[in-house]
Design a protein around this ligand. Sequence first.
Ligand code: MTE
Ligand code: MO
Length: 478
Amino acid sequence: MSKNGKRLLSAAAVGLGSLGAGELIAASRGGSLVDGIGRAAADTVPVAVVEAVVARAGAHDKEATRYGVLAAGVAAAAGLAALPQRVRTPAALAFGAGAGALSTRLPNRSPAAVAGSAVAAGLLSRGLRRPPGAGRGLLWAAMGAGMFAGAETLLRRADREHRERVGRVGPMGAHQPIPDDGLGLEHGLSPLITSVGKFYVADVNSRPPRIDPKQWRLAITGKVAHSLRLSLAELADQAEEFDAVMVCVHNTAGAGRAGNARWLGVPLTKLLDHALPESGATKLVTRAVDGYTISLPLEPLRSGEWPAYLVIGMNGEPLPPEHGFPARVFVPGLYGQYTGVKFLAELELADDSHVDYWVKRGWPREPIWVRPQARIDVTATGSPGSGKCTVAGVAWAPPHGVSGVEIRIDETDWIPVELGAELAPAAWRRWRTIVDLPPGEHTVSARVTSRSGEVQDAATRPPFPLGPGGLHTVTVHA
Ligand SMILES: Nc1nc2c(c(=O)[nH]1)N[C@H]1C(S)=C(S)[C@@H](COP(=O)(O)O)O[C@H]1N2
Ligand SMILES: [Mo]
């Protein structure tokens, strides 16, 4: 290997060792340098990059960000080695200071992250002054990898302990049995209610904020006559259950970024009536502890024209950390990115001047309504040559509900299918049919019609900037 190549490799080893040490110190108190850099990346990269990561990494976007940051950090350290000696030390110190500063912006911030970034900067500048030879380089790399693994274990433990503390908050909902929709068990067909473990997670953080249920109060502030501070128990007293589907604006045809749950929430009309918005208030800004905001027009929330809830429970339990504990705002029918924040810190009554997180990045200012979508979960052919194929799935058209689902085989006519009983108009609805298929390869597509008369659009469209379009189509071998 060339002399330069060796120098870069040994500097990369120093980078891994230094970052690993810093991350382990940060993680000893639940903080993280890597998550700080990852969040800063999510906040600043162009929307085109966000779209590409979401499309390619899918449900693994958080891991992709974490390992991407790690690789970039190591590469940056290697890059520092190529700089002239006199700028290496200041660059290494600036790198550490930057990582420390970014980690203090996280909801799970900790002074240990600042200490960790100082140690990382110190090790990096020392190690780069005289990059180690092959043997010691290997040692730096091995220790760095070990310390990262240790940090990951500590952070997972902190997350698990938080989850247990959340569980002890007690039930949030009546635990009434879920009614039978008449379609029974069909292998592979999504259940009526999505369990927490199967429910998609989408947000800009590497891991959920750990919010102390005892300390947390919902604040209603801004242009109100009565500012309010309410505890979880006070909110639970006024809450009611409702069934609804939550859909991410990135849910392209057939994807899994949608889930149907039984939520427990306080109607926002009640809270707004208590708080008494002043005449200048036009927007309800939902602000999260992660600094993320989503604002909603006040008028339709106040009048109840848009049913909207401050949600504190999911499937009978407190909101799990990754789904927004202790509270989130949800307007069934609006895409997740427009429906209100998870990890809610406050509701602020404001005028039109506030600009939301994704609006600053190019997404439309006005809330986007979920477009009706049908998803094919099952295409099960029976014994070979029988010709029978069961096709089943779920469809949604919140808030008005699904009036019909049709499937089409090989671009022929649309055929209506059997619908399961409706749980609620804003919930998803299951469907199933059995079709005869001649031997060979076929395509099956599905589409839904909403009760308001909207037929699912067949034109494929990317999620940005108005929400995805297109049909779910699968290939079946009969
Ligand atoms: N605080 C906060 N709330 C948030 C987000 C976020 O990044 N931060 N992401 C939104 C998006 S894009 C979606 S799709 C939903 C996802 O909710 P879920 O993870 O419970 O499925 O949360 C919304 N609320
Ligand atoms: Mo989303």
